[in-house]
Design a protein around this ligand. Structure first.
Ligand code: GDP
Ligand code: FO1
Length: 300
């Protein structure tokens, strides 16, 4: 088994390939939940949903969020009624948020709610939220301290970030299920996700680093040069005090990695890194990278 640490875009692209080169039951994914948000009374867990929809075969892989060919009737009507729903939510996607919100309000753990939803979608991979309690990534900007989704979606990532903060009522703890998956794995793969908003929140869950420390850990850089392949990782790395590059990513993971993968095009040199083509522009490229990583795990 391999356990992957994932956000909602870069690592899911890798998982798309992994699905084709590994047995479904051999894949566990610990997913970031620090971008979760309650919207219009329902619970969105963007990264969990992306991974679940991917494995269910219904992900919109043009955007890497939401359900393919979804409709937006409810969202349009909510806007018409004057509610400021700043996230565009599809109808089928919203049904998942409604169901999850109900389960959580009834006292269910997010891990169990995720398992039930994955079962309903016929997902055979082990999809695990990083923790069962709420964690929120906030950014300090000229608009004040705002939720990461407000920065990225409402402000379109166009304002400066002075600081990145993680807030919670109780310190997040890794789940029993997540720790068991790591324990049962030959390797942990830190996928090419946003180090600040996706990977560090997972590593910050109590018990996580200790569980990963003695495992064979492969990390994939989400940067080529000083630019991420997509999204706001550059601005977030800078605000968090890291260089926006593969070096900054490597440093972010604080000595946890045994093998660090960089793109063949990356002019930045991380010593002892391994180079592959990591640009997953289509499914075949995801499969090719997945094969290389599975090969590294086998060689161990
Ligand atoms: P988020 O939750 O939507 O922010 O998604 P993730 O954290 O999983 O991934 C965001 C990161 O994925 C960005 O920093 C991108 O640079 C990286 N990324 C996206 N596509 C690719 C790709 O094809 N290859 C690599 N190496 N990184 C990618
Ligand atoms: N991202 C956007 O940029 N615009 C949207 O309207 C949007 C809607 C949305 C709905 C459900 C969902 O699960 C994700 C959605 N995303 C949207 C993705 C968004 O949450 C972010 O890209 C990630 O969280 C960034 O890390």
């Amino acid at each position: 088994m391999i356990t992957f640490l994932s956000g909602g875009t870069g690592t899911p692209k890798l998982l798309r390939g992994m699905q084709k080169v590994m047995d479904h039951h051999e894949i566990s994914v610990i997913v970031n939940t620090a971008e979760d948000i309650w919207i219009s009374g329902n619970h969105i867990s963007p990264d969990v949903d992306t991974v679940m929809y991917l494995f269910a075969g219904i992900l919109n892989t043009d955007t890497w969020w939401g359900v393919r060919n979804d409709t937006f009737t409810t969202h349009d009507e909510i806007l018409r009624l004057g509610i400021d729903e700043f996230i565009t939510i599809g109808d089928r996607d919203r049904a998942v948020h409604v169901a999850r919100g109900e389960m959580l309000r009834n006292g269910m753990r997010l891990t169990n709610a995720t398992r039930i939803l994955c079962d309903r979608f016929g997902v055979r991979e082990n999809v695990l939220p990083m923790t069962d309690t709420e964690v929120t990534t906030q950014v300090q900007t000229e608009l004040g301290l705002i939720h990461f989704q407000e920065y990225w979606i409402r402000a379109r990532g166009k304002i400066e970030i002075q600081k990145v903060l993680r807030s919670f009522n109780e310190p997040p703890v890794a789940t029993e299920e997540g720790l068991a998956a790591i324990e049962a794995s030959e390797a942990v793969v830190i996928g090419p996700s946003n180090p600040i908003t996706s990977i560090l929140p997972i590593l910050a869950c109590e018990g996580m680093k200790k569980a990963i420390k003695d495992k064979f850990v492969i990390a994939v850089s989400p940067f080529i040069g000083n630019e991420p392949i997509s999204g706001p990782a550059g601005a977030l790395m800078t605000a968090a005090g890291f260089e926006p590059s593969a070096i900054g990513t490597f440093n972010c993971y604080g000595g946890l990695t045994d093998i660090f993968l960089q793109d063949i095009r990356d002019p930045v040199e991380v010593s002892h890194s391994v180079r592959f083509d990591t640009l997953m522009t289509d499914e075949d490229k995801s499969i090719a990278l997945a094969r290389e990583i599975a090969g590294l795990v086998k060689k161990g």
